[in-house]
Ligand binder design. Structure first.
Ligand code: IMP
Ligand code: MG
Length: 179
């Protein structure tokens, strides 16, 4: 197995390109069905979701719009729980079906913050897509309608996800190696 090094840490291959593609295909199939005729507004959460959003959108066959927002809560490999400001939310969302696209949900704090803001808009519906979920960490009450894959509580990088900004360009997902 090809171990890689990013900054001071080693990572091992964890989810292959093929497996990522299959998870995305199954999410896309459900979305194409559930939002047919509803012209949803997809909202990618930067930076981590850029690769996922790109690959997912290629499999969306219904009429839709796409925009991106940006917020941040992470430094290093542990959540600081500090969420900064939200950038980029200037579309008219009244009566629209808004679908948030996340790379990963860990504690769910980041998403909670975004949902609180979006709830103040009179959207027709609000749903969440995440490629990855750490169910052992996520203890929030709000629903996650579309989850690509549940993963254990271990730090991952690649496919848009970073470790202190390195690793976003990797085509597969890597997991922090055991010491
Ligand atoms: P939460 O607020 O704890 O749910 O964290 C959500 C954000 O933290 C995600 O959108 C990611 O940007 C980042 N994050 C959480 N877990 C990981 C991980 O294992 N690797 C890389 N980034 C992560
Ligand atoms: Mg993110």
């Amino acid at each position: 197995m090809a171990t890689i090094q990013l900054h001071d840490k080693k990572f091992v291959p964890y989810i292959s390109e093929k497996e990522i593609d299959e998870a995305i295909a199954s999410i896309a199939e459900r979305i194409n069905r559930d939002f047919e005729g509803k012209k949803p507004v997809f909202m990618g959460v930067l930076n981590g979701s850029f690769m996922f959003v790109s690959d997912l959108m290629k499999k969306i066959t219904i009429d839709c719009e796409l925009s991106f927002v940006k917020l941040a809560s992470y430094h290093g490999t542990e959540s600081t729980g500090m969420v900064n400001a939200l950038i980029g939310l200037n579309d008219e969302l009244t009566d629209r079906h808004v679908v948030i696209l996340e790379d990963i949900v860990d504690t769910g704090k980041t998403l909670e913050y975004l949902l609180e803001i979006l709830k103040t808009h009179d959207t027709a519906s609000l749903s969440v897509v995440t490629l990855l979920l750490k169910p052992d960490v996520f203890k929030k009450k709000y629903p996650l309608q579309y989850v690509g894959k549940n993963i254990p509580n271990k730090f991952v990088v690649g496919y848009g996800l970073d470790y202190n900004e390195l690793g976003r360009n990797l085509r597969e997902i890597y997991q922090l190696a055991d010491e």
